[in-house]
Structure formats: structure tokens, C-alpha cells
Design a protein around this ligand. Structure first.
Ligand code: GDP
Ligand code: IMO
Ligand code: MG
Length: 433
């Protein structure tokens, strides 16, 4: 079954959106058409940058296949949807002439409402010095309500009058919390009016996605699953509590998209050629020196959603191996190789030293990562401009060696490398690389 998951292998912002855009435009399997792209988790905490002939876009909820009609784009059941930001995003895409006829929103996805955002901010304030550094998009409070069975789903917009009592009950409860924490209580009537407005705009896109995905599978169509964030911020497998409230792992793609357990046949791990993270939590290879500053400056490492400076450091192969163990990558794509062009020396973390002095080669519980010191191997840089490279052979030998070393360390073939933001800057890696 040609289902291909595209997942972040690090701390997010690896370039998932542009990889999905590339695969959708050029063919996910043997150059064939991609029928459907499904975002399977997360919400508008995502910032997926896509650069193509239509311009530069930062997608938060709309799947990154939207630029290649007639590919159908589905915001899946595992997602949380803020209708306000979704409508803004849809407007900005319509403004450049894109058709949204192929955009579908799962009626089972949960709604992020204004009070979820407010609660995200209030919770962060209460955490004080231990704040998680969330995107403050209301992601945690929405998924909490989903799990606690307080949540409203996208399909509820279609029958908002019938669920009025449930919403009233929910808001009464949340308002107690908001007021206790010094926030602004929600006005139920104003929220209901907003829901009616959202319904008018979104109703044509709200569907039961299961018949769609089932039919695509039956017809042997190619489906791409677009992940949000990366393994190290996975709710269960990341550095808890410095994680998001959903599971970026490929295996959750099945649940979030509504696919049977055996459906996925390829898992593409998207790997940035170094590491970055936004928000708090351990990042063993983080550089607090001029090298880290240079990575941020050359790589333009500022959050696509919040604009926050990203924390930067050398590639962490221990984290990549962990990501592979959890995702079962069939191939990797390495992005932002060009950002390393100017470094005379490039390091890769190949193990950690514990406070006791013991050296380990594999990931401990990531929650303990703030206690480890990275063990590096050092590679000579290539010190030349790779941004114009358009084939594997165009890359300098040292750059190819760096890519081969990553392949060796993770034990997964690197199928593409990328040396720029544009679609054409993704280079297939030659056989025998
Ligand atoms: P995502 O969240 O995983 O989709 O990634 P983001 O869009 O948040 O962050 C990736 C950033 O790197 C974006 O600004 C991209 O335009 C940029 N980018 C992606 N691949 C490359 C590359 O190969 N080279 C360069 N220089 N920039 C890239
Ligand atoms: P994409 O899909 C990078 C981080 C936040 C914070 C933690 C929890 O563009 O890779 P949340 O708002 O989800 O409750 O925040 O996760 N975070 C991201 N970091 N890229 C993202 O998305 C992120 N989405 C959330 O900074 O540390
Ligand atoms: Mg991003």
C-alpha cells in the first residue's frame, strides 16, 4: 500500500513542509502522482515553510500538498484546528489564486477555541521559571480537553445549536479556571456567534475523512502523511515535560489519518544537517558560542510560527538513531546542508558522557538529557558554496562524506539532500552514495 509518512527526526523545523511540497509536485513513488496529503497531528503550532513558484508560504494547518492540485489535502482526525487561524490561512492561499476545493477537514478533529489559547498562556505563567516555552497556540489545553472528553470537534460546528448545552457547560467550567488564574472569562454568546461565522466558511470542507482515505487505499493511490514537529518533542517519547501534546511519530500517522495498522510502506525521516529547537528543554549539542550564533545567522533560524530565535547546535546522531528506532525510517532526507558551507570543522555527536563518566552510545530517557555531555567526532568542512549544486556529483567530496557518515551512523539510506529553500534545491542522492 503506497502510504508514505514524512516525519521530523529531531526537534521540529527540519523542513518537513518543503519535503512534502517537493514530493507532491514531483511524485512520491517512482514519480507517480500523489493523490492525498494528510496532516495527522498537531495544530497551528506548526510552521511549515514552502518556497515555490507561487512564493514563500508558512503553513500552519493546511497540508503542504496544497500547491499541487488535484492532490487532495486533509487536515486529519488527529489534528487540533483553530478555525480562526485556518480561515486566515485559507484566505492568504486564495489570495494567490490557489483553489481550496481539495481541502478537507476531518469532522473528528478537535477545535482549538480562544480560551484554549488563553489557558496556554496562563499555564505557562503559572509554571514561571519552569515554563515549557510553548507556542501559546492553545495546543496543550485543546488536547487536554480532548483526553478529558470536554472537547468540541470540528463536526460540532455543523450542529452548534444542538451542542449548545455541552459548550455552555464546558465554558462555565473553564471560566472558573480562567478567573482563578486572573484571565478574561469567555462570553458564551460571543463564542456561539463566532462558531456560526466559522461554520459558514468551513462547512463545505468538513467531512468524514474515512470514506476518502479508504477509497484512496482501495484504488492503490499514493497518500503522504505529513507530520508536525519531531520525535524529540513527542508526548510519549520526547524529553517530557518539554514536549508537545501529540505524537509526531509515524505510527501515530495511522491513528491520526485513520489508516489500518499495516498501511504505511515508507517512512521518510527529515533531518536538518545540524540541530535546532525552540522552547525549553534539554538539547545536548546546543552551542552557546559564536558557532551556534553563526548557525542561527546563516540558517536564518527563527521560528516560522512565533519568530523566536531557534537554539542551534551540531548534529546529534544519538538522537537520530533513537528517531529511527521509533519510526523505522526507510530513507532520510537531509536539509540545509548548504548552511554548513562556511565551517572549517563540522562535528557530529556520536555518544553521550554521563555525570559518572560512563559513556553511552544510545539514547537514555530524554528527560535525563540535561545531565549528559556530547561526545563528538570532527569532520573537515568543505568551505565552498553548495547552494548551486543540482546533482550529487556537484557536491564537494567532504559534503558527500558528511552525508555518508550520517547514513552510516543511523543505518538508513539518505535518498535526498537539500542545499536551498526552493523545490529544485532538493537533490536525489546517487546510488552507491
Ligand atoms: P518544518 O516545520 O519542518 O516544515 O520546517 P520550517 O519551515 O519550520 O523550517 C525550515 C526552514 O529552513 C525554512 O525557513 C525553510 O525555508 C528553510 N530550509 C529548508 N530546507 C532548506 C535548505 O536545504 N537550505 C536552506 N538554506 N534553507 C532551507
Ligand atoms: P513544526 O511542525 C518547532 C515546540 C514549542 C515547545 C513545545 C511545546 O513547524 O516543526 P506546543 O505549542 O506544541 O505546546 O509547544 O514544542 N514546538 C515546535 N518547535 N517546530 C514546531 O512545529 C513546533 N511546535 C511546537 O516551541 O518547545
Ligand atoms: Mg516549522
Amino acid at each position: 500500500m503506497p502510504v508514505i509518512a514524512v516525519v521530523g527526526a529531531q526537534w521540529g523545523d527540519e523542513g518537513k513542509g518543503r519535503v512534502v511540497d517537493y514530493l507532491t509536485a514531483t511524485g512520491g513513488r517512482d514519480g507517480g502522482p500523489v493523490d492525498m496529503v494528510i496532516r495527522y497531528q498537531g495544530g497551528d503550532n506548526a510552521g511549515h515553510t514552502v518556497v515555490n513558484a507561487l512564493g514563500e508560504f508558512r503553513l500552519h494547518l493546511v497540508p503542504s500538498g496544497i500547491f499541487s492540485p488535484p492532490t487532495r489535502c486533509v487536515i486529519g482526525t488527529g489534528c487540533v484546528v483553530n478555525p480562526e487561524t485556518l480561515i486566515e490561512e485559507m484566505d492568504s492561499l486564495s489570495a494567490v489564486g490557489l483553489s481550496l476545493d481539495n481541502l478537507y477537514i476531518s469532522s473528528r478533529a478537535h477545535l482549538t477555541l480562544p480560551h484554549h489559547r488563553q489557558l496556554d498562556g496562563l499555564e505557562e505563567r503559572i509554571r514561571g521559571g519552569k515554563a515549557l516555552g510553548t507556542t501559546q497556540k492553545g495546543i496543550g489545553p485543546t488536547y487536554s480537553d480532548k483526553a478529558a472528553r470536554w472537547g468540541l470537534r470540528v463536526g460540532d460546528l455543523l450542529r452548534i445549536e444542538q451542542v449548545r448545552d455541552r459548550l455552555a457547560n464546558h465554558i462555565a467550567c473553564k471560566n472558573q479556571l480562567i478567573q482563578a488564574w486572573g484571565g478574561d472569562p469567555v462570553d458564551l454568546e460571543a463564542l456561539l456567534e463566532q462558531c456560526v461565522r466559522w461554520r459558514q466558511r468551513l462547512a463545505p470542507h468538513i467531512v468524514d475523512t474515512l470514506p476518502l482515505t479508504h477509497a484512496a487505499l482501495q484504488a492503490d493511490h499514493t497518500i503522504l502523511l505529513e507530520g508536525q514537529l519531531g520525535v524529540m518533542r513527542d508526548l510519549d517519547w520526547g524529553a517530557y515535560p518539554y514536549v508537545t501534546s501529540s505524537n509526531p511519530l509515524a505510527s501515530y500517522g495511522l491513528v491520526g489519518a485513520g489508516l489500518p495498522a499495516r498501511a504505511i510502506d515508507r517512512v521518510i525521516g527529515v533531518v536538518k544537517a545540524y540541530v535546532t529547537a525552540v522552547g525549553a528543554g534539554p538539547l545536548p549539542t546546543e552551542l552557546h558560542d559564536e558557532v551556534g550564533e553563526a548557525l542561527r545567522c546563516i540558517g536564518q533560524e527563527y521560528g516560522a510560527t512565533t519568530g523566536r530565535p531557534r537554539r542551534c547546535g551540531w548534529l546529534d546522531a544519538v538522537a537520530l538513531e533513537y528517531a529511527h528506532w521509533l519510526n523505522g525510517f526507510t530513507e532520510l532526507v537531509i536539509t540545509k546542508l548548504d548552511v554548513l558551507d562556511r565551517f572549517a570543522e563540522i562535528k557530529i555527536c556520536v555518544g553521550y558522557r554521563l555525570p559518572s563518566g560512563e559513556e553511552i552510545a544510545h539514547m537514555p530517557d530524554p528527560a535525563t538529557l540535561d545531565e549528559v555531555t556530547p561526545i563528538y567526532e570532527t569532520w573537515l568542512g568543505w568551505c565552498c558554496d553548495t547552494s548551486g549544486a543540482r546533482s550529487w556529483e556537484d557536491l564537494p567530496l567532504a559534503a558527500r562524506r558528511y552525508v555518508q557518515r550520517i547514513q552510516e551512523l543511523v543505518g538508513v539510506p539518505v535518498r535526498w539532500v537539500s542545499v536551498g529553500k526552493e523545490r529544485e534545491a532538493i537533490i536525489p542522492v546517487g546510488v552507491g552514495a
